[in-house]
Design a protein around this ligand. Sequence first.
Ligand SMILES: Cc1cc2nc3c(=O)[nH]c(=O)nc-3n(C[C@H](O)[C@H](O)[C@H](O)COP(=O)(O)O)c2cc1C
Length: 230
Amino acid sequence: MTTLLHLDSSARPGTSANQSFGSHTRRLAARFVAGWRAAHPDAAVIHRDLGAEPPQHVTGEWIHAAFTKPEQRLPWMDAVLRESDQLIDELCAADVIVAGVPMYNFNVPAQFKAYIDNIVRVGRTFGFDRARAGAPYWPLLDQDRKSFVILSSRGDHGYSQGQRIAHMNHVEPSITTALRYIGITDVHGAAVEFDEFGDGRLRASIVAAESQVDELVAQLGAQRHPASDS
Ligand SMILES: Cc1cc2nc3c(=O)[nH]c(=O)nc-3n(C[C@H](O)[C@H](O)[C@H](O)COP(=O)(O)O)c2cc1C
């Protein structure tokens, strides 16, 4: 049985599949989840809506607590880290993570950055030992073979690798850097473009992204269940 963690982070609540001002990233992520459920009826799905309920931002208390050894933490420190622990527990339980992440000002929305800040945590998802020569930091999730799918959307176009304004896209690159740091290296994605034009190019971009989503469902499913496909 696989566990799929479904993250949404658009500030727009509905999906563009059934609402004229709905979110494209919610649409793509919902399609991935529906495809995954259809292919793997026994899969567990955890849904976390970071757009509707943003995680807490890192505070001075959070830093103090996170950098105190677990056995030395005071009760207030455990309380401050509770949400981060829960987000990390969900991530650890997941085999596949699908995240809807729009582009806001060339980067991820603040609510998604708050998620990253809560799951990249010393002692839980990465190790740190300043006495360790050469490699004081190391990933803690690198044995889990997790796959991460980033489903994005942007108003303009030309942000994909090798295209006109790829250098201005800090969405997929920043997420991938943080994931690699904690040991998640199997990262995939698809994106809608032209949202702000709202013309045939947007419609074509949605069709192309949806087809990439379907391919990813099949590809990652075969990766997880090679025997059942033969
Ligand atoms: C606050 C904000 C900032 C945005 N910044 C950019 C941007 O830097 N570049 C861009 O191409 N589109 C930008 N857009 C457009 C969104 O990326 C686009 O509407 C996308 O479809 C939003 O994702 P969603 O459909 O899942 O809500 C921005 C939209 C908002 C609301």
